[in-house]
Ligand binder design. Structure first.
Ligand code: SAH
Ligand code: DHB
Ligand code: MG
Length: 228
């Protein structure tokens, strides 16, 4: 089994369940034309995020790592009037392209893009009293994943869902002796999640047009019932 086969199956499902979508297709084209890295979620992954956020009835969404806004558009489309999505991006060029994609998708009034390193913008969000967020998508620099997970939890409520992209990295995540900063960040985050009594979690391997990777899904537990 090869990446070519995974890609053709991805195309088959995207053809059935997604089809042509002018705003998303234009966003994807703008990302490659601008020379941004081809690391947006795939169409099927985008739709999965969209469905998960919708299943949560999310009204407040937080995304860490915008790139050109492809995943952001999928997520923002779940919001009804009054809903809000905050997305965090460190690179001005990525933020500019994302903003123009939000305008074209007719979503710019629901999306608040905060430019800057997420470890600076997250404490500001917290200080402002933003949140609790119903759904959080973590998809920025992988070495910071332990910190991003801690912030996501701080900005959540019981029942919130946190999804983390890229937790498999071609299977390198199982290598405890890896010196790669991304693998170390992902492993440390996974261990934090596993030890955290306030959440329940799993992770899934994914193959497709983006190669071999995976995502973790975390739900913040309900508060324990109080005893009289
Ligand atoms: N979620 C996007 C892909 C994000 S790629 C999608 O699927 O469409 C990761 C993004 O995180 C890049 O745009 C990168 O510039 C950004 N990033 C990297 N380090 C960051 C940091 N410290 N703070 C905020 N964003 C960061
Ligand atoms: C990389 C980052 C991503 O968010 C992704 O989905 C794939 C690759 C990367 O930095 O290599
Ligand atoms: Mg990713």
């Amino acid at each position: 089994m090869t990446e070519a086969l995974w890609t053709s199956v991805d195309r088959y499902f995207a053809g059935l369940f997604i089809g042509a979508d002018p705003a998303l297709d234009a966003a994807m084209a703008s990302i490659s034309e601008a020379g941004l890295p081809p690391i947006s979620v795939s169409p099927n992954q985008g739709k999965l995020l969209h469905l998960m956020a919708r299943m949560c009835g999310a009204r407040k969404i937080l995304e860490i790592g915008t790139l050109g806004g492809y995943s952001t558009i999928w997520l923002a489309r779940t919001l009804s009037i009054g809903g809000k999505l905050v997305t965090l991006e460190a690179m001005p060029k990525h933020a500019d392209i994302a903003r123009s994609n939000f305008v074209r998708a007719g979503l710019s009034n629901m999306i608040d893009l905060r430019l800057g390193p997420a470890l600076e913008t997250l404490p500001k969000l917290h200080a402002e009293g933003a949140g609790p967020f119903d759904f959080v998508f973590i998809d920025a620099d992988k070495p910071s994943n332990p910190d991003y997970f801690a912030w996501a939890l701080k900005l959540s409520r019981p029942g919130s869902v946190i999804v983390i992209d890229n937790v498999v990295r071609d299977g390198r995540v199982t290598d405890a002796s890896s010196t790669a900063a991304d693998v170390q960040g992902i492993r440390r985050m996974n261990e934090m999640i596993a030890k955290e009594p306030r959440v329940s979690a799993t992770a899934m391997q994914v193959v497709g047009s983006k190669g071999y990777d995976g995502l973790a899904v975390v739900r913040v537990n309900d508060e324990l019932p109080r005893r009289a």
